[in-house]
Design a protein around this ligand. Sequence first.
Ligand code: AGP
Length: 605
Amino acid sequence: MCGIIGIVGNQAVSPRLIDSLKRLEYRGYDSAGIATIEGGKVERRRAKGKIRALEDKLLSEPLSGLVGIGHTRWATHGVPNERNAHPHTAGRVTLVHNGIIENFAELKASLIHQGRVFESDTDTEVIAHLIDRQLGLGDSPIAALKNTLDQLTGAFALAVLVAGENNQIMGARRGSPLVVGHGVGEMFIGSDALAVGPFTNKISYLDEGDFVVIDHDRAQIFDAEGTAVDRPIKIVSASAALVEKGNYRHFMEKEIHEQPESCQRTLGAYVDALTSRAIPTEGLDFASVERIQIVACGTASYAAQIARYLFEQLADLPCDVEIASEFRYRQPALRATTLAVAVSQSGETADTLAALRWCKAGGLRTAALVNSHESTMAREADFLWPTHAGPEIGVASTKAFTAQITALTALAVTAAVQRGRIDAAEETRLVKVLLEAPRLIAASLQTEDAVRSLAIDTAKARDVLYLGRGPMFPMAMEGALKLKEISYIHAEGYAAGELKHGPIALVDESTPVIIIAPQDSFFEKTASNMSEVIARGGRVILFTDEAGAAHAPQGARVVIAPSSDPLITPLIMSAPIQMLAYFVAVQKGADVDQPRNLAKSVTVE
Ligand code: AGP
């Protein structure tokens, strides 16, 4: 996923573009560039690497002008270097792009055949040539854009400058988000509300297929057919404070510590603390649902797998969870009585969005459990189930993960009530347990020193195994994902019961085995796994609670999290597991908030 910003402003645009790109850097950061227009002439500066490299270049080669566009890249076509960095220019056209043009190869071949010369390996450059060619055929800029969009297959969010058009920027969206920011005597365009957050909180969200031209005073928006349309102006809260690190070294550290509050805010949308009752889901009665099919990717899929235990145990509601990139390609036998649920922090992940659209096309009712409430999934699903984690900037998902578990746990209680599986007394008991979660998450953060002390040895490992049973099995997979994505140490999450079916061959004194095992109905069996590991010289690190610690085998290193009702144990175990990955990554000097090769949301399949 890449970050896009465009400004039709009334002050020097170069520093503002950089400021915005810094807020977008979590979306992709292997190269960056800006372009400004002044006196009808467009100039650009691009650099490989982080925004800092671009800033350094601008110190020696500044750009003037009040109107410009900027881009921070997560490479899809063409290696990360200056030549492939956006903006791309063809003739009078300079533009930036987020997405993938699936038919770019044949378009490029045709353009080359017509004598056009390309300077990059990107799909994006094809769009610039197409618009420039339309201009050459006599189209107005907006007609040239529209006629070009009609030739494209794939996903895009665009911001376009045309030489000679000093006071306007054009934009378009299909499959990748784009917003218009309304200022005073100036207008903005960007990938999301955060991009334009420093300049305005008045946002219009473009719909799928929309294209737009902004000048200093207005936005002319057109739908996919070219009909002028209005998109409502909303006041958003993506304030600058929400995306600053404060006293923390990294966004990830800050967001780990925000979890008590993000859990609390999310709970407020699903349970009534005054009555200790679950809040019924608007427009949906779970009694009419025969099965839930959840689609998600990465960390979101592990939150969903944890929820699966609860929907089945509490509500007797069959629940399947599938990674979105596999789901629709196996052509699952779906029924209209199945509720399809997309779980996604960004609400823009291409695989998950595609799976959701596939279910909708198949006649299923759809729900989107998302942290971005104006995202594409939020807008296309029948039901919006929001999490309220606030902007999550660290690429590694932490507070969004526990907010997803919070919402899904509350929804499982609601489903149990609506399906007549629990009475009012049990509902009240479960809601009261849930209302304890923020306080217990805060208490689990107190394990910070114990976890930090484990990081030095763990950072030396080449491989790490994470084991868990029941809901702690998806927790083990999430712990492994956290570690590998920010510290680059290979880690695998396994069902503890599977250890003896192969993975135990990996166990030696150099392989830490992280076991997540609160004192629950699985503990005894997991304790034998620990003994099997220790008997073979393996190093066990046990994440448990007080009762579990009392039964930890000799030789295990133990992190003691607060004891809790099994309903919320995943919430309580999350922060210690997240902190282990964090401290190991810090110990290794890794780029915690922007790990190599990753981006915050993968908006390409
Ligand atoms: C989480 O730490 C990862 N960065 C990644 O697995 C992420 O959870 C996944 O890409 C799904 O993103 P989404 O929640 O925005 O759909």
